[in-house]
Ligand binder design. Sequence first.
Ligand code: IFM
Length: 488
Amino acid sequence: MTLPDPAPARDTSTDTDTAALRFPPGFHWGAATSAYQIEGATAEDGRTPSIWDTFCRTPGKVHRGDTGDVAADHYHRLREDVRLMAELGLTAYRFSIAWPRVQPTGRGPANPRGLDFYRRLADELLAAGITPVATLYHWDLPQELEEAGGWPQRRTAEHFAAYAALAGEALGDRITRWTTLNEPWCSAFLGYGSGVHAPGRTDPVAALRAAHHLNLAHGLAVTALRSVLPTGAEVSVALNLHALRPLSASAADRDAVRRIDAVGNRVFLGPMLDGGYPADLLADTAHLTDWSFVHSGDQATIHQRLDRLGVNYYTPTVVSATPGGAEPARADGHGAGSASPWPGADRVGFHQAPGERTAMDWAVDPSGLYELLTALARSHPGLPLMVTENGAAYPDGPGPRGSVDDPRRTAYLSAHLAAVHRAVAEGADVRGYFAWSLLDNFEWAYGYTKRFGLVHVDHRTLARTPRSSAHWYARVARTGVLRPPGVA
Ligand code: IFM
């Protein structure tokens, strides 16, 4: 995909439309989570370790040595959490299925107790009038598959397709909205490139191989799901697309944008939506690999019709042709690392976007979301879009009366929803919005230090308290109308 001709970086943090905005009827109002970040119960009912269980126990990888062992204890509080969702007026809930819970070790037969948890979750959601939206892979590769080579190995894609068929077959009577992968860019380039995510490898060629096998896994899984799901079921993928800005209008900075667009966006959009890897990506990485791991027929396997494309967005990325600025791994928002997560673009510099920042140090800039949605609507007309993640970390906790006031999160969500509305008004077919996240959770290498929840979780007692942003979001979800924060 070619992003719109990028404009030089500017402060767009106040680009918010403050009039009351009505969303289309049937628009999904959701919240999203992922298994390892909230479930806990990592050693219960037959679940085996994933690469994140191992990574958390590797000294120095995760802040304070935090783990997902308990997380938000959602595994034991499923009913309470669905009740909360109903109180918040959610019409859809996006969660992920833990591969090592439903198919321990990543191969072979299903684990009935693992499947049962997701059956109960889906049943509770359906009884509350909330549409379940399941993601098959949100980064928790069974450790045994990593030991057999992980995503750089082709077999992992084949195992993933078998897991997709198994999950679809067992749960497809209740769950009809499926997403193959969440943010495969993070799995490939943070997991195998910069090493700031599990499994923590720092090998650019392994990262490119992983990206291809994640693409292949997606294509195989779409076919596998469609062969077992009822007619009318929807299949999608959720990509964290980078909204890119050059530091200046110079030709060199614009070329840096092209490089990052290739290895950040088009490495997935190309094969999934357009039927092949972009020529400039192959050229940029030719000194690293000849891409012979792409076998004949792979591109056709990956290029599957999708019912939705999920877009995850938090902040824009500002790049220049000269190294420098913020550390690359920080500027792309996922922790500092010594190795680059960008094969073929090592000499690109990353810079902070202007404007207010969240607790992740990410600039608040809703115009990036608007640009991504309108660019996708132009480049892929007829493909419905979903905002599958968007949100902000702020540390706000309970005040003296026990309530949690988080006006900055409300302002963030409101401004981004206004950007979505603007894209819809200009013709983008956006079918829903999922706030990240329902609950405060395990924020990967940051451990429990970053809080993204609409609902505050006391990590000691595990008590849940909806923040003021949750009450505000509930009003928007119930009415389908976005009013400026503070206006009833
Ligand atoms: O918490 C993560 C999530 O798992 C994937 N998308 C980005 C979120 C915030 O960093």
